[in-house]
Ligand binder design. Sequence first.
Ligand code: SF4
Length: 246
Amino acid sequence: MFPESPPAEDSAPDDIRCPVAAVLGQVSMVDYPGHIAAVLFTGGCNFRCGFCHNAALFARADATYPWEVIRERAHGFRDEWANGVVISGGEPTLATGLPRLIEEMKNLGFLVKLDTNGSRPDVLAAVLPRVDYVAMDVKTAPERYRALTGFGDTDAIARSMALLRDGPTDYELRTTVIVNEHHDACMEALGRWIGGARRWVLQPFVPRDDLPDPALRSASRTPVARLCELRERLVACAEEVLVRGA
Ligand code: SF4
């Protein structure tokens, strides 16, 4: 999945190290709604989701590209009509170089979308004024968070949601729906928790052979009908409830 990963560990100090651990090899038409985008991945994550498609990045926080390589790649993506950059992960808010990465991309004229798990509201608050769009994962109902993700500080998640809800930056909350996890009561509790969000995206769980949780590797992909049924049931929980990737 990550054809372009850094050849060697960047030995620059943490405070200035470029946090990009992998780069999508071509521009994306689907990762930044309404834009053609380059996708940059940071390494390291403080969650351990069994359904993670980017688990190869868990241990890559120290193996990153030099800044000049990322600038050069960004110019190349712009030549391929990209007008946006998605900073994804891993979890980008763990990286001390995130503010500089955002500034580097803004200085090159890109719109910047940040993907985050919402676990670090203070970092989110600091970078939010320079970000054009945020996609924040809301994984499950609060009482089920730790079991599903390994992360139990749901107050932090709630603070990140409040920051987005109360601020001017456009955003979406998104949930990967797993049939055996996200039953009706769970989704209704999650809907109450995110109440009043601007946009809530429901996306399917997709099994793969390299998922961290072996039990999920052979689980079923979430049917479109289930996502549509949930959208109807939960339509009042956000200004807009969307099904994507079905
Ligand atoms: S938060 Fe995202 S990157 Fe981190 S483990 Fe979960 S799915 Fe993977």
